[in-house]
Design a protein around this ligand. Sequence first.
Ligand code: ZN
Length: 143
Amino acid sequence: MLKIGQTEFDAIRGHGEETYPHECCGVLLGQMRKDERVVTSIARCGNTRVDSPQNRYHIDPRELVRIQRQGRERGEDIIGFYHSHPDYPARWSQTDLAEAHWLGCSYIITSVEKGKATVTNSFELTGNDENDKKLADEKIEVV
Ligand SMILES: [Zn+2]
């Protein structure tokens, strides 16, 4: 289960509308508890994929390190990531799975159809290692 505030939830969806028809991406910060992750803030990232920005996203590792460091100063950990799917359903693709490496983290996907955010889903990256990792459906509770 992923708990997220209405403000952060709306910001994620708004980000996808802003970058349409390209994908947006960002990081979820907060606390990881036993069965749930609680998002307390989000960090927008620039999509560094210039070859195919409408259906790929990539976060610069240096940007990720900076976000992680700033989060720790506020007592927040990286607990997940988000990106948008312009004119494509809010389901993970094989590429999304291949490029997801943070086991135990949440991956939020928002479908943006003709510039309007529609469905937002979350998936938890489960498994023990790279070989048996899976993206499992995860409930989002907007609080
Ligand atoms: Zn995707």
